[in-house]
Ligand binder design. Structure first.
Ligand SMILES: [Zn+2]
Length: 315
């Protein structure tokens, strides 16, 4: 069964990870390899001729004399932490199904919770930018969901205050096997907002199945075909096989939030969604997620901490 293969795959053991990326030199060599797979290329003039400034670990261009740090302009440049700490963060963020809180990550890395939060959110930003522009195709299961706000005592269900609305969309094969997931924040569940979501996220020609929530007809604005299913609200589509995968994905997200995170501030919701989406879409090869995310990280310019954080620190 495909599902069991996902759940029981080995991933990368901590021992194998340590053997591969346990030292600063190994991490540095890996970063250089991901950044310049065909050998160093000067970001100033494009020349490949260079020498090393050994004491500072810099590449010096022979033609324009510019000195380049292998981590300058990458996400890893954003802190003064050793690369080894970044790599261990990559490990913890990708090899767990439910994610890891900044408190737990801080404990494991031996850094403060604030530092762990920064590391985590920088990498979540990489995940978001990596998948942000990809569109789903074919058969799509779609559902409405909310994140954040009060966990206990608050109003439940659609439109509860303080909660961030998002769309969960799963692309499946014609036989209904899951291919890719998208989780996207929307302003509200009205037809126009679903229309804009669909234009950004779905290929025209998608066949979108949803429950009876009327706003989902908005997907036709993006040239998609809409097939609403007549099921009641409440425990609406849980038993309905039409929505098997979107319900499974939402169930996993809910379990992860409840189990891992204390509270998620509204402005950070897109990054948390991106983290789930990234892991789900790469679930068939857990071990490869580390080099793949690292590869993207050396190609992502760090966002200033003040923009990442804005206000208080969440979980
Ligand atoms: Zn140069």
């Amino acid at each position: 069964m495909a599902r069991n293969q996902v759940q029981f795959q080995k991933g990368l053991s901590e021992a194998a990870f340590e053997a591969k990326y346990g030292t600063e030199e190994q991490c540095r060599a890996a970063v250089i390899g991901w950044r310049w797979p065909d050998g160093f290329e000067c970001p100033g003039c494009g020349s490949r001729q260079h020498s090393m400034v050994k004491t500072r670990g810099l590449f010096q261009c022979t033609d324009c004399r510019r000195q380049t740090s292998p981590i300058a302009g990458t996400i890893f440049a954003a802190t003064k932490l050793p690369l080894r700490t970044w790599f261990r963060t990559l490990y913890h963020m990708t090899q767990t199904k439910q994610g890891i809180s900044s408190i737990e990550l801080g404990r494991r890395l031996g850094v403060t919770q604030t530092t762990a939060w920064k590391l985590k959110h920088k990498l979540m930003q990489v995940m978001m930018q990596r998948d942000g522009t990809k569109k789903l195709t074919g058969r799509i299961e779609i559902d409405d969901a909310y994140m954040g706000g009060q966990r206990h005592g608050g109003k439940r269900g659609r439109g509860a205050p303080g909660k961030t609305p998002f769309v969960a969309a799963v692309e499946t094969t014609a036989e209904g096997k899951p291919v890719r997931l998208q989780l996207r924040q929307v302003a509200s569940f009205c037809r126009a907002d679903i229309g804009s979501f669909a234009k950004r996220s779905l290929d025209p020609g998608c066949v979108v199945v949803s429950d009876g929530l009327r706003c989902f007809a908005g997907v036709t604005d993006a040239g998609c075909t809409h097939q609403p299913s007549k099921v009641g609200s409440g425990h609406k589509s849980v038993q309905n096989p039409t929505f098997k995968w979107v319900n499974t994905a939402l169930g996993n997200i809910k379990a992860a939030i409840t189990g891992t995170y204390r509270a998620i501030h509204q402005k950070h919701v897109p990054r948390y969604l991106a983290e789930f989406e990234y892991r789900f879409n790469r679930r068939y090869d857990l071990a490869a997620m580390i080099p793949r995310l690292a590869w993207a990280s050396v190609r992502t310019v760090p966002m200033p901490y003040r923009l990442l954080k804005l206000a208080e620190v969440g979980a």
